[in-house]
Write a protein that binds this ligand. Sequence first.
Ligand code: SAM
Length: 379
Amino acid sequence: MKNDFLEYYGKHNISPVRQDISDIEIHFERRKKLYRQCGIPIMAFRDAEMLEVGPGGGYNTLAFFYWNCKHVDLVEANQRGREDMKNLFDYHSIGEERYKIFPCKIEDYVTEKKYDIIIAEGFLPVIYNQREVIDALTALVAENGIIVITCGDDVCFFIETLKRLVGIVLTADISDYDKKVKKLTNFFAPQLSKLRGMSRKPEDWVQDQILNPALVNGMELSLLQAIDYFGEEFDILGSSPQMFTDYSWYKDIWYDYKEESRIQFKRKRLSLLQANMPEIILSLEQADKLVEFFEQIKKLETQYEKDLNINAIGQIVEEMHSMKKLVQECFNNQFVDVFHEIEQILRCLLQKENIDMEEYPNFFSAFGRTQQYISFVRK
Ligand SMILES: C[S@@+](CC[C@H](N)C(=O)[O-])C[C@H]1O[C@@H](n2cnc3c(N)ncnc32)[C@H](O)[C@@H]1O
């Protein structure tokens, strides 16, 4: 099965998932918060038999060693990722008896082992065989074991999609990959510095969010799809952000909280549009209309990347114009201002005018909640 991630990383010999671990305690605190939101206290990692799929350079894996897991099997199909990981573990004096690296895709990984905790972060939304990979993960988890995955959809990527469009336009006449990366890094680094807690290197972010073709391959994995894929054998343990509330009486073990979660997701999912946005709960009708709109914007941006025909940008402006009223009705000023600024920028692009991002302070500092994490526990 074609894998756009692996093709792109392999072609450029990159693994652009480095984390700033200059203060390793802060790095571990971030990881601890993620798993707390996912309903997993770090005590659960103690003595755990673990599998991590797609660890890249292994930055996040360091936390599992720190929390005294028993052993981690690491399935990483990108050679550069494996090399970075080995170097990182050696640098941090992680003994080789504590882990084993498997140079293959998870769908080709064969073992008799069952794992207490499986981590598969940062790749499922954009691979074509999501179902096959989720089936592989569920087959490998022990009874009462936990699986953590990452989700992402066209709504939460809206702001990044438009940043990406600006980046693609700005570098349309540069063919050399490294030059593109350099120009875009200079362009986006000041914007990324506005995002509190951002721990990725701007260069990696550019390679992964702006230039990675996997992100516009038409795939997505919403939390809703993930809940459906995991089916009845699994309970939802938690999620980051924590979107789902469950008011049912604990003795009501028949309560269909998954159905309730599905409805909550549909009504709350627009809260994923922008980082730090307060929760927004819409009617199903409003939400569906907006989701359709954001999907259409993603399609048009993808179209532009394919043929660099400016008509697609014109269509995005038209679509945005037609949604203005609904956007104003549904969102607070924080997002409405971003929306207006994007429209202005796109009009400049259509006129082939130069853009000074500092003139658009709201869009400049805005980012989406591009990744959501959800954990499941085998019943
Ligand atoms: C964006 S990186 C995420 C790295 C890290 N998990 C994180 O969240 O920061 C995705 C990783 O998944 C790996 N990957 C993609 N598809 C895979 C597959 N089918 N099997 C194993 N690894 C895969 C890629 O090589 C890459 O290292």
